[in-house]
Design a protein around this ligand. Structure first.
Ligand code: NI
Length: 167
């Protein structure tokens, strides 16, 4: 296993749209375990392949308190959503920035697991938010891009300032 480099916003590669995975190979399984290791090490509750510059429809999530309930979603499709919720979100690609984003409250998603078996999952609360956040990444969308234009400008300036202070 290996810790992968996580792209940092506003890296243009975060805007690439991920392609469907046609067959689950050894390389896919290696990517899944590397992504899981990277997410746990960060630490974070979710990671999309886009964030490690692999533009395939693959997400790993673990919202459990014990960090032992890894959820793998391959080619996820939203088949139902209802309600509205506004939760504070953060992202491993936008460190130190947290803000409230409007999402559906409940969702049903259909995907393949790591073995290539199809399953459907009903989610609400943190899991629902996390799945929607990660599915956005696969579409090339970072959560800050769901905020107002003014907030996006402020966030970009803050991140630029931080980069200047680091180097
Ligand atoms: Ni994210």
């Amino acid at each position: 296993m290996a810790i992968l480099h996580i792209l940092q916003y506003p890296d243009e590669r975060l805007h690439k749209v991920a392609k469907k995975i046609e067959s689950i190979t050894g390389a896919t399984r290696k990517l899944i375990s590397d992504m899981a290791e990277t997410m746990y090490a960060a630490p974070g509750v979710g990671l999309a392949a886009t964030q490690v510059d692999m533009h395939q429809q693959l997400i790993v999530i673990d919202v459990s308190e014990t960090h032992d309930e890894l959820l793998v979603l391959i080619n996820p499709e939203l088949i139902f959503s209802s309600g509205e919720s506004k939760c504070e979100e953060g992202c491993l690609s936008v460190p130190g920035i947290y803000d409230k984003v409007e999402r559906a409250e409940k969702i049903t998603v259909r995907a393949l697991n790591a073995k290539g078996e199809e399953f459907t999952l009903d989610a609400e609360g943190l899991l629902s938010v996390c799945i929607q956040h990660e599915m956005d990444h696969l579409q090339g969308k970072v959560f800050v891009e769901r905020l107002s234009h003014l907030k996006q400008v402020r966030i970009r300036n803050k991140l630029k300032k931080r980069l200047r202070e680091t180097f």
